[in-house]
Ligand binder design. Structure first.
Ligand code: SF4
Ligand code: SF4
Length: 63
């Protein structure tokens, strides 16, 4: 079983791109104008969760 990964709530995402620029794993990209996490790249560091201005990113390990 792998680590819980970051997850983007597409309804909350404002497409600001902030999370994409800070992810050390390049695991985030824009998909249909919303941020998307590639699970196989995400190391659950939570940097994107802290940077998102609208709290659109969550992950079990950080709750
Ligand atoms: S938790 Fe870390 S590795 Fe995973 S998507 Fe967010 S910034 Fe990238
Ligand atoms: S930082 Fe938040 S609002 Fe901005 S693109 Fe990422 S998930 Fe969307």
């Amino acid at each position: 079983m792998g680590m819980p990964k970051a997850m983007v709530d597409r309804k909350k995402c404002l497409s600001c791109g902030g999370c994409i620029s800070v992810c050390p794993q390049d695991a985030l990209s824009m998909e249909g104008m919303k941020a998307l996490v590639e699970d196989d790249k995400c190391i659950s560091c939570a940097i994107c969760i802290r940077i998102c201005p609208v709290g659109a990113i969550s992950g079990e390990v950080y709750s």
